[in-house]
Design a protein around this ligand. Sequence first.
Ligand SMILES: [Zn+2]
Length: 442
Amino acid sequence: MPLKAILPHTYTHLTGEDRRRESIFKEKNCLEAELRSRLRRKKSKISNMSKRGILERLAEGVVIGDGGFVFALEKRGYVKAGPWTPEATVEHPEAVRQLHREFLRAGSDVMQTFTFYASDDKLDNRGNEAASKHSGAKINQAACEIAREVANEGDALVAGGICQTPSYLSGKTKAEVQQEFRKQLDVFIKNDVDFMICEYFEHVEEAEWAVEVCKEMGKPIAANLCIGPEGDMHGISTGECAVRLAKCGADIVGVNCHFDPFVSLEAIRLMKEALDKEGLKPYLMCQPLAYHTPDCNKQGFIDLPEFPFALEPRLSTRFDMHKYARQAYDLGVRYIGGCCGFEPYHIRAVAEELAEERGCKPKGSEKHGVWGSELRMHTKPWVRARARRNYWESLNPASGRPYCASMSKPAAWGITQGHKHLTQHTEATTTDELSELYSFKS
Ligand SMILES: [Zn+2]
């Protein structure tokens, strides 16, 4: 075939025969593109159908979750701290996609849609323009597409995610709060997510409202509160919270965010105790912070003076995560992941610790010898001597900060649902409002 026929657009003077060929060429290309797209959709459908569901996976073994998207993407310049909303799904889809890919490579079995705080009332709270610029529906839709795309690059499932709303904290009615959830759920239903995660609820009541709405979808539901061993912000005990979540229909119950892995596991232990007493057997789930928080009160790391911009000295090492994964597994937790501060290498450590139980190592381990074995190749002999488990397992890392206090004093303002300073409003925070906060005493 002459070159002219293959690349007709490179010629300015086309003959009738050229035009005819060009039209056939375009038509053929369109048809091929459509066929490719149909094939992709069919393949995606088949691969979704052939994937085992979340409850089957939990029944057979351990499921590894992902890490914290808002914190990781804030540090990389794609999320604004303060609102912590996920409009990056529309503005910088490549950044969201890359983080999903890194978690998948690290061993995550679930791609949770980046829809944290993506309810309409949060997207236009206190001067946030995410709603007016993009709309909640568009942000949630983009999140679903990215999560599914990456999940299909491996054997991962897609979980739709919803969390607490400013409407609830402002004291709005159950119907109004559930309406906020429903708008997000419409998108998750359309995209046929594999299951739902209701997470980051400070009050079990709002989590129950969320689970109730998710039940209408007919998909498995995980429900996580962001609480520690002291219970929810209304004073309901941690054990009672778990019982209520299981009774309202959550298949998987646990905690996420706000506390470190070990404080979170203490909360799970209380949940398990109460569930056992009631004869309830939901799967247990834990997705804690990667920051050490032994000094937190009931409100968790939000109350720490270092929140959110100076938490780095508290960051867990990969070896802390080995310990966390083992303790979680031994406690009976079968959905083990992370939240704020958890980077892909933390998840890789969880996957490596549980490699025997899972029967495989993550792809990300290709460049990582467990317990420092790759250090055998190091030039310096004293570093080569660290190529062993015992060295890293017993290490007590220095904070690196002279005169650094070992604990902080939490803010402890004692403000929760219904307080005027928690009220949702679309206008930006004024200087007068801020001044009032500077001198606030609860
Ligand atoms: Zn978090």
